[in-house]
Design a protein around this ligand. Structure first.
Ligand code: PBG
Length: 319
């Protein structure tokens, strides 16, 4: 007798037996806020995405909230950069102001990306001496930035710089200032990926020399990701992230299976723009491609997905 697998692939039944489902309730929309803008500006390298101004960001956030997107991940583009990235912890900095504005006008969960690279003149995620990245000297600054985000009202702090000891330093700094209830979502397994290409234009965070291979992970490594996640959890991370998503679905599956903690996956700028650009040429249906890519990320174990397509997904009006 033939085992008839196709019986469950009939219309209606197919959906009923689906093992994984996307939900807007688990999607996070990244937003870029640019201090120099007075109105939104399209990002050339990411068709359909904009940089927001401080004036426009609250409206954008309100629209997301109305559509049912529960959370945003904020990136700041400061008017001035320096060696120390001091605009990153300025209480009147672009991120601090944007967080306060969004919290004033919406009930969104506001997650702040915590990194120096958008704020340093050299574009690296740590302080430098010559061309050397100074890991330990960077940690207190990361703590200071975290506190400034929490003071502004951030709900979750997401450090992305891949400095060793970063999560511990941030947890200590937050606790010392009384922010014991502010969770940390660590970019724990963050790979040195070429798929961040379009983001570097979006956030103007390209680097003046070298690359990020000295702190971000080697794409060849899988076991090392388990170490990274374990260390971040020991240092106090509440949630962890795998980034990028689709080229690293194996890592995502292992992290979820081994640690069982809330796990986010970041469908990064290159993953977004590949689909968006192919769709512009008529080579792919973007909606179908995004739904398939996001479903794959879910299937691989993501509890939350950070995706530039969150707003579009929400517009479909599905759950
Ligand atoms: C900052 C940061 C980057 C991204 C998120 N946070 C850039 C990088 O590490 O070079 C990439 C996000 C994306 O490509 O969508 N460290």
């Amino acid at each position: 007798m033939i085992k008839r697998m196709r019986r469950l692939r009939q219309p209606g039944v197919r959906d009923l037996v689906a093992e994984n489902r996307l939900s807007v309730k688990t999607m996070i929309q990244p937003i870029f806020v640019d201090e120099r803008l007075s109105q939104p500006k399209p990002i050339d390298s990411m068709p359909g995405q904009n940089r927001q101004s401080l004036d426009s960001v609250a409206g954008e956030a309100a629209e997301l909230e109305d559509l049912g997107v529960p959370a945003v991940l904020l990136f700041g583009l400061p008017a001035h950069k320096d060696e120390m990235g001091s605009a990153a912890y300025d209480s009147q900095g672009i991120i601090q102001k944007a967080v306060a504005k969004i919290k004033e006008t919406t009930n969104l969960v506001v997650i702040t990306d915590l990194c120096l690279c958008e704020y340093t003149s050299h574009g690296h995620c740590g302080l430098i001496r010559g061309e050397k990245i100074l890991n330990d000297e960077t940690l207190p600054i990361l703590g200071e930035i975290a506190v400034s985000h929490a003071e502004a009202g951030a709900d979750i702090i997401a450090p992305s710089g891949m400095m060793d000891g970063m999560v511990g330093a941030i947890r200590t700094a937050l606790d010392l200032e009384g922010y014991t209830e502010t969770p940390i979502l660590s970019y724990a397994a963050k790979y040195a990926s070429t798929f961040y290409g379009p983001f570097r234009e979006a956030a103007e965070s390209g680097f003046a020399f070298g690359d990020r291979k000295g702190y971000q992970m080697n794409p060849a490594n899988a076991a090392e990701a388990m170490w990274e996640v374990q260390l971040d959890l020991e240092e106090g991370a509440d949630m962890v992230m795998v980034k990028p998503a689709m080229p690293y679905l194996d890592i995502l599956r292992s992290v979820k299976d081994v640690f069982g903690v809330p796990t986010a996956a970041y469908q990064v700028s290159g993953e977004y723009s590949m689909i968006a650009a192919a769709a512009e040429r008529g080579w792919l249906n973007d909606r179908a491609a995004f739904l398939e890519a996001l479903t794959s990320i879910k299937r691989a174990g993501a509890d939350m997905i950070i995706t530039y397509w969150a707003k579009e997904y929400a517009k479909l009006g599905q759950e």
